[in-house]
Design a protein around this ligand. Structure first.
Ligand SMILES: N[C@@H](CCC(=O)N[C@@H](CS)C(=O)NCC(=O)O)C(=O)O
Length: 347
């Protein structure tokens, strides 16, 4: 009996132990399942939130490139790249003037973006695979499609880049310019001496002083920088374009809401041009559309359908965390208006 009782007790203990063990395992699995179901705290950056909390956008621009980003006589930044910063500020802060501009050399621009000194780089920057992948950035799109060209003195009687065998060439360091020139001269079995400077003003001054036979950069940059030479009309830009330079705004990788905002700001200015939305009529157009449900809008869709409907598609801005009126705010100027005002007028 005692034995039996002892056995029963130890059986009971065993059963209790097994029960507690199973219970613990079941609870552990339940917690694990729950943890998997719950959203993890996001590790992704949220520049949109930071900019909205701060109340200003910090935009990296060039140190001075007429037509793109250049301070005017009163020190106010002007140009297409500057306009793009203002458009983003208008979209996310409702005020195109809430931007601080940081002038950056070609070499320093990526460090400034990576370190968080700026929220957006809008500085005639070429979209390349290396910058998009290894350097850890994302491009918002193509704001200006450029290509690399060469400038020489008229009296040198050079007609083509092929005549530059053995020439000394001034350029900026930290650019695609250097790499394209190296490819071009190697492929065509030509010799050259590259003379690079960190600041464009130094390169252009060196070329002007006769230190180099040619100056090379993006064609738009050549036309802009030629204006800074002592006698601009004594210099010609050679006809060859040796590379593709799709220039566009850059953001840090893994910041996809911010990248969406930047990308759709650009698309809004392009769509506005297609739809003849201008700074004069934008608020009337928005009045018509503001109460409508946002439509799905596909990038690059042909301009079909009623104007109102296409424009309404940008109501999706609300879903990105920016005001549904934002396209109107971005449209201080549509794309072609910016081009005419900033670039065509200069050259
Ligand atoms: N698009 C090329 C070249 C950009 C570049 O830095 N160009 C020079 C020469 S036009 C420039 O922007 N200079 C103006 C400055 O440094 O402020 C790149 O992304 O590497």
């Amino acid at each position: 009996m005692k034995d039996m009782k002892g056995k029963t007790m130890s059986n009971n203990l065993m059963t209790n132990f097994m029960y507690a063990y199973r219970l613990r395992r079941m609870l552990a699995s339940m917690f694990l399942a729950l943890a998997l179901l719950l959203p993890l705290p996001s590790l992704a950056a949220n520049t949109l939130e930071e900019v909205q909390n701060r109340g200003t956008l910090s935009c990296g621009v060039s140190q001075g490139l007429p037509g793109f980003s250049n301070p005017d006589d009163r020190g106010r930044w002007t140009g297409m790249d500057v306009d793009f910063c203002r458009a983003v500020a208008a979209a996310v802060l409702g005020n195109a003037d809430k931007v601080t501009f940081t002038p950056l050399s070609a070499k320093d621009r990526f460090t400034a973006l990576q370190s968080g000194d700026i929220d957006l780089l809008s500085r005639n920057t070429t979209w390349t695979t290396q910058r998009d992948s290894r350097l850890g950035f994302d491009f918002g799109g193509v704001w200006f499609y450029d290509g690399q060209a060469f400038m020489v003195r008229k009296r040198a009687n050079v007609r083509s880049v092929r005549d530059l065998n053995g020439a000394s060439i001034c350029a900026n360091s930290g650019t695609t310019t250097e790499l394209n020139a190296a490819d071009y001269f190697r492929t065509n079995n030509m010799d050259y001496e590259m003379v690079t400077f960190e600041k464009t003003d130094e390169s252009i001054a060196a070329y002007d002083a006769g230190r180099c036979d040619a100056y090379t950069t993006d064609a738009s940059g050549l036309y802009a920088q030629r204006l800074k030479l002592r006698r601009p009309n004594q210099h010609v830009i050679l006809p060859e374009i040796i590379s593709k330079e799709p220039l566009g705004p850059v953001v840090r990788q893994n910041d996809s809401v911010w990248a969406d905002v930047v990308r759709w700001t650009m698309f809004a200015t392009i769509a506005a041009e297609e739809l003849d939305v201008t700074s004069k009529n934008v608020f009337r157009q928005i009045q018509e559309c503001v109460s409508a449900e946002p439509l799905q809008k596909s990038v690059g869709a042909p301009p079909v359908g009623a104007r109102r409907h296409r424009w309404r598609g940008f109501g999706a801005g609300q879903a990105m965390g920016v005001s549904h009126r934002s396209p109107g705010r971005q449209l201080c100027r549509n794309l072609s208006a910016q081009y005419r005002r900033r670039l065509a007028a200069q050259n």
